[in-house]
Design a protein around this ligand. Structure first.
Ligand code: FMN
Length: 185
């Protein structure tokens, strides 16, 4: 499997980092784009450095390189995840404003009718955010907000993060043992 992974400047950059680690572990070929604000946010809120996170990906693209292959519908890929997704990037994708590589690649994924999974992050959402999410859902994207889950009885922050990463991977049918599933009969 081959996936585009985009990270933008919303808080919770750890979700994108842990996703990249898990996809690497699962043998998925990853094509990573990090926005400038994703890099800054990562440095503000984690102890990871962007250069070490980039090493987790199979391929890395510059956020303004519109000539890169993931900018084209002719590139064969199974889908795209944006984790975390800022409200700015969400808005850009909603209106097809492909001024940089992340919204361009997402636009291409939608036009090629491939799977686009978006992990939007803001608290609270205003009406514009909600309308953008509804519109993208209507256009075929999966809106997967990284919400807290308690049925799996998380005891650490890692448990909570892994649950979101697992549910993201579930969207592509990628096997993982990152979280406990609800198996009650
Ligand atoms: C520490 C930090 C946290 C941020 N958190 C959010 C957030 O949760 N959601 C959001 O939409 N923007 C957030 N922002 C603002 C975005 O980084 C900003 O809108 C940026 O222009 C997004 O650009 P990008 O989508 O190209 O990464 C945050 C910025 C900083 C510095």
């Amino acid at each position: 499997m081959k996936l585009i992974v985009a990270m933008t400047g919303a808080t919770r950059s750890i979700l994108g980092i842990k996703l990249l680690e898990a996809l690497k572990e699962s043998g998925v070929e990853t094509h990573l784009v990090m926005s400038e604000w994703a890099e800054k946010t990562m440095q503000i809120e984690t102890s990871y450095r962007p250069d070490e996170v980039k090493k987790l990906a199979s391929y890395v693209y510059e956020p303004h390189n519109q000539a890169s292959r993931i900018s084209s519908g002719s590139f064969r890929v199974d889908g795209m995840v944006i984790s975390p997704c800022s409200m700015k990037t969400l808005a850009a994708i909603r209106i097809g404003f492909a001024d940089s590589l992340i919204p361009r690649a997402a636009d291409v994924i939608l036009k090629e009718q491939k799977k686009l999974v978006i992990l939007p992050r803001e608290l609270p959402f205003n009406r514009i955010h909600l309308e953008n999410m509804l519109s993208l859902s209507n256009a075929g994207a999966v809106i997967l907000p990284p919400m807290l889950t308690f049925y799996n009885k998380p005891s650490t922050l890692d448990d909570a993060i892994n649950h979101v990463v697992a549910r993201t991977m579930d969207q592509f049918g990628i096997e993982n043992q990152l979280t406990k599933r609800w198996l009650s009969q």
